[in-house]
Write a protein that binds this ligand. Structure first.
Ligand code: OAD
Length: 236
């Protein structure tokens, strides 16, 4: 069967995991309506109040304990497995739900809650306990530098070169469950469109970047993503 698209880049955000039970950031009861970014999600906050920042992420990791991937994560894994061309999934989410659903060609551009990063040596390791400001890094032996391996405001997201390379050669860009407020991710749609890709938004409501999309489907991710994926797998 002739498929219309060769190379697909998918960008996902908190709205994709919302129906798995994880909070989004900017919706009415979202995370940023309860805590301030500058208190928990910047390098300065960690310097000022390391235990307070660690407690915030310990809480988020504990909340995500029993959470399962939903039908939208599963559909995206089916797309990667079934599409004859390339599919790269770039997620802003720090939860492990894409990989648990079966997606393998995946970039966690804002890091992963299930790993710790040592500010002293840059070492990373899987971590499934609460982090404390007194913890000693197993790799360098220094105390007090262990933090969740998540990207904070003011830090550079991961694997940007690989992401921009993929955006520059993709012919379909799909943005799912993200409000389009946080750069550089919010700029990916313009980048892909500039490179000639078709751009599609799948979100509960129009995002900040809506004018850059050729097509938009608005609804719940678990309802609209599986339908869209089936359409793609059947030839576009
Ligand atoms: P936001 O909370 O900003 O946006 C979530 C989007 O998902 C909104 O546009 C909602 O309308 C939509 N949404 C909510 N429920 C949905 C559902 N069931 N189905 C489909 N869409 C739904 O979250 P992000 O855009 O992911 O970064 O936020 C981007 C970044 O800001 C995060 O990665 C995080 C945050 O600060 C860092 O902490 C560095």
């Amino acid at each position: 069967m002739a498929h219309s698209f060769e190379r697909i880049v998918i960008l996902t955000g908190a709205g994709l995991s919302a129906e798995s039970g994880l909070s989004t950031f900017r919706d009415k009861d979202g995370i940023w309506s309860k805590v301030r970014i500058e208190d928990v999600a910047t390098p300065e906050a960690f310097m000022r109040d390391p235990q307070g920042v660690l407690d915030f992420y310990n809480g988020r990791r504990n909340n995500s304990g029993g959470v399962e991937p939903n039908a939208a994560h599963a559909a995206l894994a089916r797309l990667e497995a079934g599409h004859p061309g390339e599919v790269l999934t770039v997620t802003q989410n720090i939860d492990p739900l894409h990989e648990r659903a079966g997606t393998t060609n995946l970039i966690h551009m804002h890091g992963e809650i299930v790993k710790a990063l040592c500010n002293h040596c840059g070492g990373r390791e899987p971590y499934d306990r609460d982090l404390s400001a007194d913890d000693v890094c197993r790799q360098c032996g220094n105390r007090g530098g262990l933090r969740p391996d998540v990207v904070w405001f003011g830090e550079m997201p991961y694997q940007m070169e690989r992401i921009y390379a993929a955006l520059s050669r993709c012919d379909l860009f799909i943005s799912i469950g993200t409000s389009g407020n946080v750069y550089p991710a919010a700029g990916f749609v313009a980048e892909a469109r500039g490179a000639g890709a078709r751009t599609v938004e799948l979100n509960l409501e129009p995002s900040e970047g809506i004018s850059h999309f050729d097509e938009a489907i608005h609804g719940k991710a678990t309802e609209i993503v599986p339908v869209y994926v089936e359409k793609l797998l059947n030839g576009g």
